[in-house]
Design a binder for this molecule. Structure first.
Ligand SMILES: [Zn+2]
Length: 140
């Protein structure tokens, strides 16, 4: 009984996080596209398979779910299976840091956006990406 309800709760969380994340990514991508920025999605060969990639300008953008990546503001740890979730989220945070380091070593820049940042100000997030791309151009 406990197992069934916790499994249901877990898949419910997974579903809600996944769908929110996807629609937020779409919103961000739409604003970027309308701003004339061209990008690629989910390049397998790059560390962490970034959500949005500007390959020529060496910028990788990740949209991080507040839940799965452990946002300080919004992470509400589930009441059941706490060990499972704590371990999973800790692994994700570690992996994010490792991915950031790999990109740094490759001479790339990384922008990580929390889903709450996109929710609150998608234009501001797009501006941040755009100005980072511009800085990169000026350096050359
Ligand atoms: Zn958050």
């Amino acid at each position: 009984m406990t197992n069934i309800s916790s499994r249901e709760q877990r898949s419910q969380i997974m579903r809600s996080v996944k769908s929110t994340n996807t629609s937020l990514e779409l919103r961000l991508r739409k604003v970027l596209w309308q701003g004339g920025l061209r990008y690629r999605l989910y390049i397998d060969s790059l560390p962490g398979k970034p959500d949005i990639t500007f390959k020529r300008r060496k910028l990788a953008v990740f949209v991080d779910s507040c839940f799965f990546h452990g946002c300080d503001i919004h992470l509400r740890r589930p009441k059941s299976n706490q060990d499972y979730w704590n371990a999973k989220i800790a692994r994700n945070i570690q992996r994010d840091q490792a991915v950031n380091a790999q990109f740094r070593d490759m001479g790339w820049r990384v922008i990580r956006l929390w889903e709450h940042e996109i929710m609150a100000d998608v234009e501001g997030c797009a501006d941040r990406i755009q100005s980072t791309l511009l800085i990169g151009t000026q350096e050359k």
